[in-house]
Design a protein around this ligand. Structure first.
Ligand code: ZN
Length: 146
């Protein structure tokens, strides 16, 4: 593709412009060919190249969003527990609600809310339940003296 003359009369050069598409925190950059005048700064885009680059970027964004969703679904499936899991783990650890509340934090009332499903524990809390369930010998290292 030959370069054109700018409206100002100077010869334009081949160059690129950048664009970006985003959704939430996911972003895709793309570049497309333009002709640029170094004298006055006028930019003349190649519309077909710009459209193709934008189309590619939107496809790439769709794929990235699908990957983000897939990972979130895996995380949710693993850590979004029904309330009775919390009750079952506390029973396996042989703790009262009051004792569990001292280990996890928030006191007995918080444990009641977890076990009834009134409150969804923070991810870190659920992971602490998980770790204690798999490693009950560690309970003593996070339990305060009575
Ligand atoms: Zn110009």
């Amino acid at each position: 593709m030959d370069t054109k003359k700018c409206p100002c009369g100077e010869q334009m050069i081949h160059s690129t412009n950048q664009g970006g598409v985003r959704e939430g925190r996911v972003k895709v950059w793309y570049e497309y060919a333009v002709q640029r005048c170094l004298a006055c700064g006028h930019v003349d885009p190649d519309n077909d190249a710009q459209d193709a680059a934008l189309e590619w970027a939107q496809l790439e964004l769709t794929q990235k969003l699908a990957e983000v969703k897939r990972k979130k679904d895996i995380r949710d499936a693993r850590w979004n527990w029904p309330a009775d899991y919390y009750l079952a783990i506390r029973h396996r650890l042989n703790l009262t609600q009051l004792q569990m509340g001292c280990v996890i934090g928030g006191g007995q009332s918080q444990i009641v809310r977890y076990e009834s499903g009134a409150t969804t524990p923070a991810l870190a809390t659920t992971k602490l339940y998980y770790l204690l369930d798999k490693n009950p010998h560690l309970l003593g290292s996070v339990q305060d003296p009575e």
